[in-house]
Design a protein around this ligand. Structure first.
Ligand code: XIL
Length: 380
């Protein structure tokens, strides 16, 4: 039997036109009905796990609790949940003597209900220090405060957490030969703050993967090369001093207009330097800034997707890479789209399309690219 699709003028529709119409109809539906339909399909997390890999995303705890569609899509796509906002030191300890884990606990409860792994970002990060920390009287008080914080967080989640970003963004190429960023931790404690944080984390939790998380390691320009060197020097220093560390987190904020400085070979060599030192690798904050790509959405999405695929092929080829985290799941749920960083804005004024799902939870070419990279990855 032949089924013919006809339009209002009784013209036969091509399959392509039919799909276009269905797509625009779908765009008019409430997102919840779309997510409901798509729920039956396996998500990125299950594709990843079929290759022994982990996939997940950073989550917004409030959306997880209040937006059933968001939560359903999250549950479908992920196997790992990253809590960031809810983990911020300044939020957990607004005063030196208070700790409030309730927001992080709520995300953890959701993760364990779904049998997902849980990842904490970040224990020590200059971007989220409580104001009182800058006012501690001296170095000893700063060490005590840092240790108390790391200990409190790690022991609270001990045995219930997959991994921690123990220190985030410790590197910034400036005047120092070691490449350490000039932060309040460096100022008050000195370079030892890194060892202190990792040792304290291990004392409090013998199981969680302790990660040093960093950006700017992805590219092969002068800055990227120096950052890679600084990272390996930190790891080598840890090894000499017997400071525990399990993994390097490569943030992986990519951009289509930086493709010229992505060099597959040197990236693979750098990752091998890490795995040769016995460390695991995680892609921890993957997304793609599309500011350098055209306005036309199919072309733009194709460029973003091909960068996802190219990058993941290199990173997943190293068997020390255990998993991939995207920095959000949907385009509207991204720091790139929110526009807090002017350098991410598009000159045509259109909103960015950096993540695997669009702002109505529909899968994009980037989604397929990630899934295909997982499928092509060597089995762990
Ligand atoms: C971003 C968050 O996504 C935003 O919501 C926040 O306003 C700024 O920080 N590197 C990191 C992340 O380690 O914590 C940052 O996340 C993105 C860059």
């Amino acid at each position: 039997m032949e089924i013919r699709l006809i339009d209002t003028n009784m013209n036969t529709l091509s399959r392509r036109r039919f799909l276009q119409i269905m797509d625009s109809l779908a765009a008019c539906l409430p997102a919840s009905s779309l997510a409901g339909n798509a729920l039956a399909e396996a998500g990125l997390g299950s594709v990843a796990s079929s290759r022994g890999l982990l996939y997940g995303s950073v989550v917004r705890g409030t959306s997880l609790m209040n937006d059933p569609t968001y939560a359903a899509v999250f549950a479908r796509e992920c196997r790992l949940v990253v809590s960031a906002l809810e983990m911020q030191w300044r939020g957990v300890s607004p005063t030196p003597t208070s700790t409030n884990f309730s927001r992080a606990d709520a995300v953890h409860a959701w993760a364990s209900k779904h049998d997902f792994k849980f990842r904490g970002h970040a224990l020590v990060w200059h971007g989220q220090v409580p104001t009182w920390f800058a006012e501690v009287p001296d170095g000893d008080a700063a060490i005590r405060a840092l240790r108390d914080h790391v200990h409190a967080m790690c022991s609270h989640f001990a045995g219930r957490i997959h991994s921690w970003d123990v220190v985030n963004e410790a590197i910034q190429m400036g005047d120092r030969v070691d490449g350490l960023r000039d932060t309040v931790f460096l100022e008050k404690i000195g370079p030892d703050y890194l060892d202190i944080a990792f040792r304290t984390a291990r004392e409090a939790d013998g199981q969680a993967l302790l990660t040093l998380n960093e950006f700017g390691l992805e590219y092969h320009d002068g800055d990227g090369r120096r950052r890679r060197r600084a990272m390996l020097d930190i790891v080598d220093g840890f090894r000499r001093r017997n400071t525990p560390i399990d993994a390097i987190g490569i943030q992986s904020h990519l951009a289509t207009d930086y493709n010229w400085k992505l060099d597959d070979r040197s990236l693979a060599d750098f990752l091998k330097e890490i795995s040769d030192r016995g460390l695991k690798i995680m892609v921890t904050e993957l997304d793609v800034v599309d500011r350098g790509s055209p306005s036309d959405i199919p072309t733009r999405d194709a460029e973003v997707a091909s960068l996802y695929r190219r990058y993941l092929d290199v990173v997943l080829d190293n068997r020390a890479t255990i998993g991939v985290v995207t920095w959000g799941l949907t385009d509207k749920d991204s720091w790139i789209t929110r526009g807090d960083r002017p350098e991410f804005r598009r000159s045509d004024g259109l909103s960015a399309r950096p993540l695997p799902l669009d702002d109505r939870f529909r899968r994009k070419p980037a989604y397929d690219a990630i899934a295909e990279a997982f499928r092509a990855a060597p089995l762990r």
